[in-house]
Design a protein around this ligand. Structure first.
Ligand code: GLA
Length: 731
């Protein structure tokens, strides 16, 4: 069993692959203490680490200083109002207005497998992969149960956590915050890494020192957001891509979140993660239970790179579901950057005709096919085909595309409503709004109140009708604004604080329904580019559009940051036309292909209009995709150089699990005059295996390639790129 309980020391020991996580029940009052998280230990009892023999001592020995005890005790789950003044995970208000809670151990159970979280995404594991511990704690004064749930993935360095709160008191209570995870590290000498950005430059890496006070990231935009990603890692200050201890935390949730490392007075660090308490409250009636979403915790003893590879394995095998989980995705061409709103049946068919000749496998019709939509001013909510644009209707178009041996995909933005729409004219109260207050527009649209059953049903049925009307095999589910004006006409005043979380649950409900009823449809998430690139979404869609910025050079940063947490198989990446529509940069077509190869790969351009030279390169890129995609989708990612540290070049590698094959993608961002070739030390190979460079035929050991490196000559010109492919000698 990966989880053991030691009766004598009253210790729970959770052992993942190379990781131990230790929890103890402490003192007569049964506090739940955090003992240890990190490298695997042979010991079962290391309770000395909690310093309970030092002042202020446990309350049974020194109740005079109970408050200082609570304020320094390393707890597994922090509560508010009794004396722990570090970040609380739980805050509960009773009808009397008191907001004080404290929990102690009541019972526990350990079992094989991993429970589902009702209505929410979560990683999954079989009985022979996972062991679960549920520690039931109580606040006796409130008659409240708090169940801390931990699951260990035995063959990975992963432990997941979630929390359930059950109200056993006679009155209703108000949950003001229920975070999912708290780890009290007994050190402050950490660096912290988070991912930040904006529209068109998502998930740039931000590394800094943990100092006294709070650092981290958060969103209360109603979605995980462009600006911050629900991820935080604390690590040795000396940790690099390949060495040092790294602790990663990722939230399997797509709404408001907080991810925070707090440097505390005695040089400890409290890491918390969960639903952001801003815009959150939840009324819990007697007998009701609230479940907080899952946090994935990863420990790496080999730097940031190993943390990423662990997360990639976990998400590819134990989070992503559906028919495309382990399958190569069709190479698509999306008409957004090709036509924007200006398209019709003929234009789309002519793009498809040309694309099919070049080996592209699917046409995706983006925004603008419904209602009167010819700009982003109107029609969201009216999911009825615009037959003026699509003469002959949707089925005709899809059939024509299918005749070209191509699949067909379609864009929706189901959660939104335009004020200028039939839907809004009939149901102005269906959007999230405050009665009497002028609503805040964003991209000329409001957010539908999909927490209302009838609104959800309408949206689902509208989509279903379209999906059943033709052979649609892919959906791009977009979401182009943040939530504001939080008010729901369907909720009573004391439940308005539930809206943001209910909204996320409603999105999950719609996606679950859609993916179960249309299992063959490939779902790609999108939110104004990559504003909902999170593990919650990966449970429903195996790929997510990473950014509206398709510039190959900016993409190096976006995809690098994204890859810290999420696998390449999930990163939506396309080759687009130049000058790039977002930044105006001109890069070689070949480089754009090499950069998109490190994601799902596809095109976003008018293939009938690009130069012949570029067009002629597409069949070669298509062959390249088919040749390397299995390796990229399933292999181990090694980041060799980062533009965040060195602006001259970028290099990443994919190594197959059996170490028989490796592909390195090298992008020379800036050419260097009058210099020798660049030496790049590869990573991830087997040092004793001999590898043949497919291009040159040279054979060297993995040891030579990793320690001596390869020499890459200057590629003459900025933004040039190169693939270097190795196969095990003799294969
Ligand atoms: C968002 C998406 C784009 C495109 C447009 C359409 O910005 O990220 O890819 O679909 O919406 O309006």
């Amino acid at each position: 069993m990966a989880i053991k309980y030691n009766e004598k020391s009253r210790t729970f020991k959770l052992d993942a692959k190379d990781t131990s996580y230790i929890i103890a029940i402490v003192d007569e009052e049964q506090f739940i203490g955090h003992v240890y998280f990190g490298e695997k230990l042979p010991d079962e009892n290391v309770n000395y680490l909690m310093r309970l023999e030092e002042a202020p001592f446990v309350p049974s020995k020194n109740n005079r200083n109970r408050l200082p005890f609570l304020d320094s005790f390393p707890t597994e789950y922090s509560t508010s109002g009794l004396g722990d003044f570090r970040e609380p995970c739980l805050k509960v208000t009773t009808l009397s207005g008191a907001a004080v809670s404290g929990i102690s151990y009541l019972s526990h159970k350990i079992y094989s497998g991993k429970p589902k979280l009702k209505g929410m995404p979560a990683t999954f594991g079989e009985e022979d992969e996972c062991t679960t511990l549920e520690i039931t704690c109580v606040d006796k004064h409130l008659n409240l149960e708090v169940i801390l749930v931990y699951s260990v993935f035995e063959n990975l360095d992963v432990i997941t956590r979630s929390v359930k709160v059950k109200n056993n008191c006679e009155e209703s209570i108000m949950l003001n915050r229920v975070l999912s995870c708290c780890v009290d590290f007994d050190r402050i000498d950490f660096d912290v890494v988070t991912l930040h950005g904006a529209w068109s430059r998502e998930r740039h890496i931000n590394r800094r020192t943990v100092t006294l006070g709070k650092q981290g990231c958060s969103s209360f935009r109603g979605e995980s957001s462009h600006q911050d990603n629900p991820f935080i890692a604390v690590m040795d200050k000396t940790a690099t891509e390949d060495s040092g201890r790294v602790y990663g935390f990722n939230f399997v949730y797509s709404g408001n979140f907080i991810a925070q490392a707090e440097g505390c007075q005695f040089d400890t660090t409290r890491v918390v993660m969960g639903i952001h308490p801003m815009d959150f409250s939840w009324k819990l009636e007697n007998g009701e239970e609230f479940t907080a979403p899952e946090v994935v915790m990863v420990y790496s003893n080999e730097g940031i790179g190993k943390m990423s590879r662990t997360l990639h394995d976990l998400y590819r095998n134990n989070l992503i579901r559906g028919e495309y989980k382990d399958k190569k995705r069709p190479i698509l061409i999306n008409n957004w950057e090709a036509t924007y709103f200006d398209f019709n049946t003929d234009k789309l068919i002519s793009i498809a005709k040309e694309a099919s000749k070049l080996g592209i496998e699917m046409l995706v019709m983006d925004d603008g096919w419904f209602g009167n939509r010819s700009s982003d001013n109107c029609s969201l909510g009216d999911w009825v085909v615009n037959e003026e644009k699509l003469k002959g209707g949707l089925k005709y178009l899809v059939d024509e595309v299918n005749k070209l041996n191509m699949k067909f995909g379609i864009w929706f933005e189901p959660e939104m409503i335009s004020p200028d729409s039939k839907l809004y004219r009939v149901h102005p109260d269906w959007c999230i709004h405050i009665e009497g207050r002028v609503g805040t527009l964003c991209r000329n649209q409001y957010v539908l109140d999909i927490t209302r059953e009838e609104v959800r049903e309408y949206i689902y049925q509208s989509m279903k009708k379209v999906l059943l009307s033709a052979n649609i095999e892919y959906i791009k589910w977009d979401m182009n604004r943040q939530l504001s004006d939080l008010g729901s006409s369907a909720l009573p005043y004391d439940r308005q604080g539930e809206l943001s979380h209910r909204y996320v649950l409603a999105v999950y409900d719609l996606m679950e329904r859609l993916t179960s009823e249309f299992p063959h449809i490939l779902l790609e998430n999108c939110s104004g580019g990559g504003a909902r690139f999170d593990a919650g979404m990966l449970y429903y869609s195996p790929q997510i559009w990473a950014s509206d910025d398709t510039d190959a050079i900016e993409r190096l940063k976006i995809q690098h940051g994204t890859s810290l947490v999420y696998p390449s198989s999930a990163i939506g990446a396309h080759v687009s036309d130049c000058p790039n529509h977002t930044v105006g940069r001109i890069t070689p077509f070949e480089t754009r292909g090499h950069v998109a190869l490190a994601g799902t790969f596809g095109y976003e351009l008018d293939v009938t209009k690009i130069s012949k030279e570029d067009r002629d390169m597409i069949p070669k890129q298509v062959r390249m995709y088919h040749k390397y995609n299995d390796l990229i989708r399933t292999g181990d990612l090694y980041r060799i150089n980062s533009l965040f540290e060195n602006s001259e070049y970028n290099c990443i590698g994919y190594v197959s699990k059996d170490k028989a094959e490796a592909l390195f993608i090298y992008v020379q961002v800036l050419a260097r005059p009058n210099y020798h070739s660049r030496r790049v030390c590869l990573k991830g190979l087997d040092k004793n295996t001999y590898y043949r460079n497919e291009e040159t035929g040279e054979v060297y050991s993995g040891a030579a390639l990793m320690n001596g490196g390869i020499l890459i000559k200057d590629l003459w010109g900025d933004f040039k790129s190169k693939l270097v492919h190795f196969v095990r000698e003799g294969e």
